[in-house]
Write a protein that binds this ligand. Sequence first.
Ligand SMILES: [Zn+2]
Length: 139
Amino acid sequence: MPPKPQLPAANTPCPCGSQKPLENCCQPFIQGTANPATAEQLMRSRYTAHLLLAIDYLWATWSPEQRLRSSQADIRAWAESCDWLGLQVIATRQGGASDDKGTVEFIALFRQRGQVHQHHEVSQFKKVMGKWFYVDHLA
Ligand SMILES: [Zn+2]
């Protein structure tokens, strides 16, 4: 098993690339003290959660249908096998505070077994009872 990454201090720039401090960006969502208002905020916080190995958060923000197809151990194995190098959000459709669904297109860079990979995805999100969930990817 690869070593766990060092947890960044709360005032370091958020790993999601927002240029905001972690404590004013993804951390409150991951710690459960606030809910993401937009699909993009959830997407960014899920990226950061991969970095921080916040597996409970990744699990809790997945749609129930997706949870049937995987396990927390699978998510942990995937997150731990990668060095997360950066996130670029390319486009969002809907997913605003007043929407109940939306998509976010992004590229995540990561290193796995010495190779740098680009994960390009269009993610689908839905809002249920006021909370955003990650549904699936379109591409
Ligand atoms: Zn962030």
